[in-house]
Design a protein around this ligand. Sequence first.
Ligand code: SAH
Length: 403
Amino acid sequence: MYNHGKNPFLNNQEAKKVERVGKGNGCPHYKKCGGCHLQNMTYSEQLRYKQVNVIKLLGRFCRINEIIGMENPLHYRCKVQAAFGKDKSGIISGVYQSSTHKIVPIDLCMIEDEKADEIIVTVRKLLKSFKLKPFDENNMTGFLRHVLIRKGFYTGQIMVVLVTGTSIFPSSRSFINALVGRHPEITTIVQNVNNKFTSLVLGDKTVTLYGEGYIEDTILDCTFRISPRSFYQINPVMTTKLYSKAIEYMELTGSETAIDAYCGTGTIGILASAKAGKVIGVELNGDAVYDAKFNAKRNNIENIEFYTADASDFMVEMAKLGQRADVVIMDPPRAGSDQRFMSSVVTLSPEKIVYVSCNPETLARDLSYFVKNAYHVRRIQPVDMFPHTNHVEVCCCLVKAKT
Ligand code: SAH
C-alpha cells in the first residue's frame, strides 16, 4: 500500500505534512466546508478506504489493481471557484457550506491551487479599493458573484473569470491593470454576466477583458484549449495517469476504429488517435464538441471526427447502419450509461470496451450488463483523482468473451 513516509517525491517535511493533513490536523475549515469528506483519515488510510470500497463494489468482476495514489495530494485542483458575499467583517469569499447558500470564508484551501487562492484574495482586496460591492442574492443587487480560476498545470497559463451580476463594470480597465500588476502570471481575464436567480455559477454572456479568453494546457503529447465553460479534468497530474491507463487498455495497433463516447473536449480520443486507424468522438454538449474540433486541428490530427449527439442515439444509429468499431471507450457522467447505449455497443461487438467511470456504483450496474451480454472484465484500475474527498475514478477494460 502507499507509504508516504518513503515517498521519493516528497522530502520528509512534506511527507509528514501530507500524512498529518488527516486526523483533523490539516484544514481549519474542515467541519464547516464539508468538501473533503475523508480528512479524518491520513492519506494512506484514505487510499486503503477507497481500495476496499472499490473491491466491495467491483471485486466480483475481477481482481482489483492497487489504487494509483497521488505523490503529493495537496493543492491539486486547477479549477478553483469562490463565491463572494458579505458578513459582519466586510466582504468575504469562499465556498458554500454543503447544501446551503451560506459562504464559508476561505483564503487558502489545501486542495486548491495556491496561486489561484492568492488571486482570489487579491480580487477581494481590490473590490474594496475600487468600491465595488459583492453580489447580494437576496435582493439581486451588487456586482461580483463568483471568481472562477483555471490554471494550465503544465503551461502555467492562468484564466480569471469574474462572474458579475451586471454587465456594467465600473473602472474595468484600471481594475484589470491592478489585478495583472499584482499577478503578472495571469494570461487572460474574462467577465461573465450572470444576472439570473440561479445556483449555476456561469451566466450566458462572456466578454474577454484581457488576453485570449481561454488558456491552453498539455496532457502527454497534446495541447488542449480550455475555455471558461469547457469540461476539463480538475486534477491534471492524475489525469495524465488515468488517460495513460485508458489508452494502454485500448491496446491499439494502428489500424483500429475507436469510438470515444461522452468525449467532452476530445481529450482521450485525440491522445489515442496516434495509435488508432480512426477515432469517432460523440458528445452531447455542443460547446465541448466545438473545442474538441479545435483541439484536433491544434494538434494536427486528421483521423478523428466529432459529433454532437446523445451518445445512446448515436450508438443506436451506428448499430442500425451496421457500422463497425474495434474499440469503444466510454466516460459517462456519474449516472453512468444506459441500456440503449450498451445494447448498441453489444450489437457493434467491439473486441474491447474501456470504461472510465467517476462512480463505481453505476459502473458496477453497467459492468453487470456487459458481463451478461458476452463481455468479460479483464482489468480494473482505481485512480485517486480527488484526494481527501470520497470520490474515486475507475478505469476498466472489458474484452469480448470467447464463444
Ligand atoms: N472524456 C471526457 C469527458 C468526460 S465527462 C474527459 O475526460 O474530459 C462526461 C461527458 O459526458 C461530459 O462532457 C458530458 O457533457 C457528456 N455527456 C453527458 N450525457 C451525455 C449523453 N447522453 N450523450 C453524450 N454525452 C453526454
